[in-house]
Design a protein around this ligand. Structure first.
Ligand SMILES: *Cc1c(COP(=O)(O)O)cnc(C)c1O
Length: 363
C-alpha cells in the first residue's frame, strides 16, 4: 500500500472538512514543514520511481492525496481541466462510441467534435435529465460521459441510475464534477470509474490557477490515466499544485458560505421584472438567470455591475458573471439572454443590490 493509499484509508473515518485540512501534509517529524513545499525540479537522483519531472513531483502528490481522499479515489493531476478530460477521452478507441450531454462545458463539446472528426468516434448527445434515453444510448458505448450540474444550463443527472446503466452496458462511466465539487457529489460512490475536475474553479478558488484532475476509482484505472499524462505531457506545474492544494484547504468553508449566499440571491432575484427565469439546482454556487431584453441590453447589464466582475470562469472568491452566448462555441439551445452567475464571498446584500441596480438601469 502506498503512502497516499494508507493516508486515504486513515482518512475514511474523518469528516470532509477535516480531510480537506489535513490530507496531503508531510509526515509529522520534528521541524518538518506543515505544508508540502513547491518542489521546483525537472529531474531527480536516479534509483527512485519518479526519475524525471514529467513523471512525478512531490507537490503533485500532496494535491492528489488530498483531492483523492475527498473523492474516495485515486487522483491524477493535470495542467488544466480540459487536459484531464482529454486523458479520459483518450481511452475511447478509434471508431468508438461516446454518450455525452448536449449541454456541456464548451471545451468538452469542442473535444467531442474533434474526436468525431479525427478519430471517427460517434458521439450520442443526450439530455442529462433523460435517464432512460441515456440508458438506451449506452448500449454499445465505450464511454458514458456526464456533466452534472451542466454548465451553464444547470440540469441535474441521476448519477446512480446512469451509473448502473453504463456498467450494465459495459461502458466506462465518467462524471465532470466541477460544479458540485467532491463536497456536494461523489460520483465514485455511485459507480463512476472517473470523477473529473477543472481545479481552476472552486477547488483552487482564487482565480489564479489553471489546473485539472481525474480521480479514478481504483489503481488500475489510475494507471491508465497516468499513462496518458506521461505520454502527452499535460502536467501541472509545482507552484500551481501548491496553490490548488492551498485553495482546497478552505473549500468546505468557502462553499458553505457561497452556497448560502447563492440560495438567498435566488429568492431575491425571482420575480424581478427584468428576469425571465432563475435556474438553480438547489445546491452549489452557480446560478443562471435569463435576462429579458436584447443581446445588447444583456451585455450592458453584465458590463455595468460594480461588485460582480464581468469575466468568464467561476468558483473564485470574487463573484463573476457572463452572458454565455457571447462565446460562439456555446450551444445554440442556451438562451441568448442567459447570464451565468458565480457567487463568491462578498456580502449578500452588496451582491443583490448590485444586480438589482444594473437590472433596473436597463428599464
Ligand atoms: C472550466 C471547466 C472545464 C475546463 O477546465 P479548464 O481548467 O478551464 O481547462 C471543464 N468542465 C467544466 C464544467 C468547467 O466549468
Amino acid at each position: 500500500m502506498s503512502n497516499a493509499e494508507h493516508a486515504a484509508s486513515a482518512h475514511e473515518t474523518l469528516h470532509r472538512e477535516t480531510i480537506a485540512v489535513h490530507a496531503g501534509r508531510p509526515p509529522r517529524t520534528p521541524d518538518a514543514p506543515l505544508s508540502t513545499p513547491v518542489h521546483l525540479a525537472s529531474t531527480f537522483v536516479a534509483g527512485g520511481p519518479v526519475a524525471y519531472g514529467r513523471y512525478g513531483n512531490p507537490s503533485w502528490d500532496a494535491f492528489e492525496e488530498a483531492l483523492g481522499a475527498l473523492e474516495g479515489g485515486r487522483c491524477v493531476s493535470f495542467a488544466s481541466g480540459i487536459a484531464a478530460i482529454a486523458a479520459v477521452f483518450d481511452l475511447v478507441p478509434t471508431g468508438g462510441v461516446v454518450v455525452a450531454p448536449r449541454h456541456s462545458y464548451t471545451g468538452t463539446i469542442g473535444q467531442l467534435n474533434d474526436l468525431a472528426a479525427s478519430r471517427g468516434v460517434t458521439v450520442r448527445f443526450i439530455d442529462v435529465r433523460d435517464t432512460q434515453g441515456i440508458a438506451d444510448a449506452a448500449a454499445g458505448a465505450d464511454l458514458v460521459w456526464i456533466e452534472s450540474p451542466t454548465n451553464p444550463a444547470l440540469e441535474v443527472a441521476d448519477l446512480t441510475a446512469i451509473g448502473r446503466a453504463a456498467r450494465d452496458a459495459g461502458a466506462l462511466f465518467a462524471v465532470d464534477n466541477t460544479f458540485a465539487t467532491p463536497l456536494l457529489q461523489r460520483p465514485l460512490e455511485v459507480g463512476a470509474h472517473f470523477s473529473v475536475h477543472s481545479a481552476t474553479k472552486a477547488i483552487s478558488g482564487h482565480s489564479d490557477v489553471v489546473m485539472g484532475a481525474v480521480v479514478a476509482a481504483d489503481d488500475e484505472l489510475r494507471a491508465r490515466i497516468v499513462a496518458r499524462r506521461s505520454l502527452n505531457g499535460a502536467i501541472p506545474a509545482p507552484l500551481e499544485s501548491f496553490l490548488a492544494l492551498r485553495g482546497l484547504r478552505t473549500l468546505p468553508v468557502r462553499l458553505e458560505r457561497a452556497q448560502a449566499t447563492a440560495q438567498a440571491l435566488v429568492t431575491r432575484l425571482e420575480g424581478h421584472p427584468r428576469i425571465e427565469e432563475v435556474r438553480y439546482p438547489g445546491f452549489g454556487t452557480i446560478i443562471s438567470i435569463v435576462v429579458r431584453g436584447s443581446v445588447e441590453e444583456v451585455e450592458r447589464f453584465a458590463d455595468s455591475t460594480r461588485v460582480w466582475v464581468h469575466a468568464t470562469s467561476l468558483g473564485g472568491v470574487e463573484s463573476t458573471l457572463e452572458r454565455r452566448r457571447r462565446w460562439p462555441a456555446e450551444a445554440e439551445t442556451i438562451p441568448e439572454g442567459l447570464v451565468r452567475l458565480s457567487v463568491g464571498l462578498e456580502h449578500v446584500d452588496d451582491l443583490a443590490r448590485d444586480l438589482e441596480r444594473a437590472l433596473d438601469a436597463l428599464a
